[in-house]
Design a protein around this ligand. Sequence first.
Ligand code: SF4
Length: 276
Amino acid sequence: MVEPLLPHPLTGELFASPVPPGTGWPEDPAAPGASVARSPGGVRRLAVAADLAQVEERVSVCSACPRLVTWRQGVARQKRASFADQPYWGRPIPGWGDPQPRVLIVGLAPAANGGNRTGRVFTGDPSGDWLFASLHRVGFAARERSDHAGDGQQLVGARMVARVRCAPPDNKPTPAERDTCAPWIHREVALVRDSLRVVVALGAFGWGGALDALAGAGVAVPRPRPKFGHGVEVELDGVTLIGCFHPSPHNTFTGRLTETMTDELFTRARALAGLA
Ligand code: SF4
């Protein structure tokens, strides 16, 4: 079946869903012909020697997890009714933000109708709205909202990544998918290690991914591993890992995570990172 072309909500350019690499989508890091990982071994091979721009490009076209490829593309074609008039990115979501961050924010995975639609991590869903509003209040984000790739939003001093780069069914990647995707975040953390002072892990899944990636970047991680908790801080070889409840509606609607708690945590991250 031929996918209908729909106008990008910012540029008006027409795109298929999912978006072919290098066809003009704002912030698309890939060119046509980008190297595609099609297996766990392919991810390891392509991640290990990549620079940051290559990691972003190769992540954005990765196809190593068959179940997730089917899911992310299926969501992109079917679309939620409220976004039926928009094209969906429908590809993995690379890390985004400052290429030399003092602070790295590690989340779980893109949302099916958020990052998987807009092409930017934590963008276009309630968790992202909550997170970016706090990052703006505290001084990391140029704008209050992140609505879509190409909207002018910028992070200063901070970068965001998801531990697993494709939207999973029910927000639950399998252990095998988590492990297949791990070389991408490991390489990304290794590449930004020199500037990095603070890692903010969103939820226990982000915490585990951050610890794995820091260990992979040569940071000494104690055994037994420190446990996740909101506001927990662990000093690791000059990098402070901080736990933060995930800003999902499950936590924010119930008051488990408030705006004040979120702002205080990112204010603390700024101070630890030596940012005014
Ligand atoms: S989850 Fe990661 S490894 Fe699996 S297809 Fe997506 S980007 Fe590739």
